[in-house]
Design a protein around this ligand. Sequence first.
Ligand SMILES: Cc1cc2nc3c(=O)[nH]c(=O)nc-3n(C[C@H](O)[C@H](O)[C@H](O)COP(=O)(O)O)c2cc1C
Length: 492
Amino acid sequence: MSLDSLPDFIAAIERIGELVRVREPVHTHLEIAEIADRVMKSPGGGPALLFEKPVLPGGVTSEIPVAINLFGSGRRICLGLGVERLDEIGDRIAEMTNLKVPEGLLAKLAMLPRLTELAKFPPRTRSGRPACQEVIWRGDDIDLERLPLLQTWPKDGGRYITLPMVITRDPASGARNVGMYRIQLLGKRHLAMHWQRHKSGAAHWREMAERGEKMPVVIAIGGDPASIYAGSAPLPPGIDEFLFAGFIRREHVELARAVSCDLDVPAEAEIVIEGYVDPAEPLVMEGPFGDHTGFYSLADRYPRLHVTAVTMKQRPVYAATLVGRPPMEDYWLGHATERIFLPLLKLTVPEIVDYHMPAAGIFHNLVFVSIDKQYPGQAYKVMHAMWGQGLMSLAKVLVVVDKDVNVHDADEVWWIALNHIDPRRDVEFVRGPVDVLDHASQHFTFGSKMGIDGTRKWPEEGFTREWPEKMVMDEETRRRVDAMWSRLGIKS
Ligand SMILES: Cc1cc2nc3c(=O)[nH]c(=O)nc-3n(C[C@H](O)[C@H](O)[C@H](O)COP(=O)(O)O)c2cc1C
């Protein structure tokens, strides 16, 4: 059954016993975040939470419940994306990208539907009034302060929308982008848009500024879970996130026209904020914000959004997340991306066997890669290829190991890599763009990155000493010990 809306997803989570309904009134100022933090830090990521009585600043209880940590476990991210294993989506992509010319006419014909698989479920625009427009606020009715937006850390600049789909359009190509960027509340009718300079929303804004035109923007909260996830996925510009969500769901995403601007919105969104950014206006201060690095991101200047309408369902649910010291819910969204994008990475860097971004590395700080090394210096070829791909270009530390190392086991990777390196010889520093959130780089968004070649060194790489063998117990001894194990009185 495809999950078409946030309530569908919440009901499915409840059916598998991973939802806790919190009936106690809990404040949107820090309290929900503190509870969510304790839950997200529990083994496996803890349950999803539905706060039924969120208390707003001023003490009023909102009628809009707050859902948090919906994607925050291995089981729930799979549930949201409609799979048993995240690799299933990657497998479908690998199948599509396997363009070996088949033998025989029938096999060739059978290949055609495979090629069109990605575009099989394009978003559809529905006519009539969509669910997300059952209630419409315009003009003086608009009051974002009535929504249960959270303040998540004590020194944050204010209240934030943390799990949105920000929809914009490239003015030149007309291509839509959906991005998950936090948004700060600046008052009843204004927000600050934190799209970082490397992201598509920011690129659209720069283009609109060059044209001197106002930029329509819509912010959708809630919707089908695959669309929400797709907003966080680093798709190449020009690939529509709703098309990608359709591919994941094997079902069209339903859209509808916004009521006050020329963009489409997910028909099943819970709440939609419509508005525009005027690039001619001065930027506003955004932040500080307790970020997914575990540190406060400094306040900086970002564009202001003027809200022209707010639409919602009759009884909407507000979806939020909390970021902070890992592990948090966002680990699971990033982990889905890691698995789904592996075959695409292999398309251009075929020697990659597997890769992993451990939670403590918060995605851009640390990437482990295993490769099928076939020639000297190949680890460096892989590092540079990865630094040349989309947001992977921001990876601060890349550790390359041989194919027999399990990159999902951080202890194993460090054990092998640290044994295999001569630091002066095997560590390479390069310069380039770094993540906006990197607070240590020499300059804002420009600094250095480090590649560690943790592979076995070859004579052709100048290593002429003998390379030692990894110790493994012989099978015969293992069998004898297995046979006596139960008699030894050792509990394990
Ligand atoms: C919970 C969460 C919050 C995020 N917040 C931001 C943000 O505030 N600004 C930003 O530029 N990217 C943020 N990201 C990362 C983007 O969603 C991600 O880079 C995405 O690929 C951007 O899409 P785009 O390439 O279409 O711009 C966040 C991701 C998650 C999972």
